[in-house]
Design a protein around this ligand. Sequence first.
Ligand code: NDP
Length: 290
Amino acid sequence: MFTLNNDVVMPALGFGVFQAAPEETTAAVREALRTGYRHIDTAASYGNEREVGEAVRWSGLARDEVFLETKVWINDYGYDATLHAFDKAVGKLGVEQLDLLVLHQALPGEFALTVQAYQALEKLYADGKVRAIGVSNFMPDHLDRLLAETRIVPAVNQIEVHPYFRQSDLLAYDAEHGILNQAWSPIGGITFYRDGSTGSTLADPVVGEIAAAHGKTPAQVMLRWHLQQGRQVIPKSVTPARIAENVQVVDFELSAEELAWLDALDTGVRGGPEPADITRENFATDIPEA
Ligand code: NDP
C-alpha cells in the first residue's frame, strides 16, 4: 500500500486496461479482481470505463474495496468541461465517487486550459466527489507551472517508467514534492510508438538473468524493481496466467546491485508520445456522454 499526500491509501499494485478492447475488458477486470487486484486504472480515452464498472459490480466487492482511477482526456479540459468529464466518467463506471481522477496529459501550448482543468479537479475534491487528484505525463516544467498556479499538490504523476526508460530526474522531482510516481508500461509492454528497434524489456538478458537467479519471470522482476524503489505499478494483461503472474511479486527481494543493474538499462528513449508535443489538434478524441 502507498499513502498519498492527503493520507488516502492506495494499493501498491493496480491493473491497467489501456488497449484492452471493450469486449475483453470485462473478462480481464473480472479475472484481476478474482485474483486479488484491488485497483483498476482506466481512462476516458480508453473507451472501456463502462466495462470496468460492469466487472466491479460483477465481483460483488463493496465499493470501498476497489480503488478506481480514471483520467480526463484533453478534449474535456477547461473548468466546466472537466467538471462535466467527471459526470461522464462516473456515469459510465456506475459509481458516485472516484478514488483518483487525473489529468491525462499536460497541454503545454494551452497551459491556462490545463490549469482550469486542474482547478475543476480541485473543486471535485473539495466537494468529496473524488478522494484524490493527480496528473499524468507531466514533466518538471509542467509541474512547476501547475504548482505555482493551483493549491493542491497532485497526489500522483502517472508516467512511463520501465527499465528502458526510467526518467530519473522526473522521479526525483515528484518524490521531492510529495507526488507518488505511478509507473505506466511498468514492464515495458507499450505497443504504440515503439517500433521494436530498441528491443523488448521482457526479452532483455539482464532482466532474464536476474529473473533466473530468483526463480521468477522478467515481468515479476521489473514489477519488484518499481515497488522496491517506491513506485506504484499498473501492469496490464488480458491473459489470465499473466494476470496471476503479475501479482506474485511480494515473496522475493532484489539486491541493491540488481536494482542498479536494472537502472543501468535506461536508454533514454521514450516509448509513448513526447509530452511537449501534445496538442488538442494532434491528439483529439471525443469523449462520448455516459
Ligand atoms: P505493460 O508494461 O503493462 O505491458 C502490457 C503488455 O505486456 C501487454 O501486451 C500484455 O499482453 C503483456 N504482458 C503483461 N503481462 C505479461 C507477462 N507477465 N509476461 C509477458 N507479457 C506480459 O504496458 P501498458 O502500456 O499496457 O501499461 C500498463 C497500463 O498503464 C495501461 O494499461 C494503462 O492503464 C496505463 N497507461 C497509461 C498511459 C498514460 O498516458 N497515462 C499510457 C500507457 C499506459 P496481454 O494483455 O496480451 O497479456
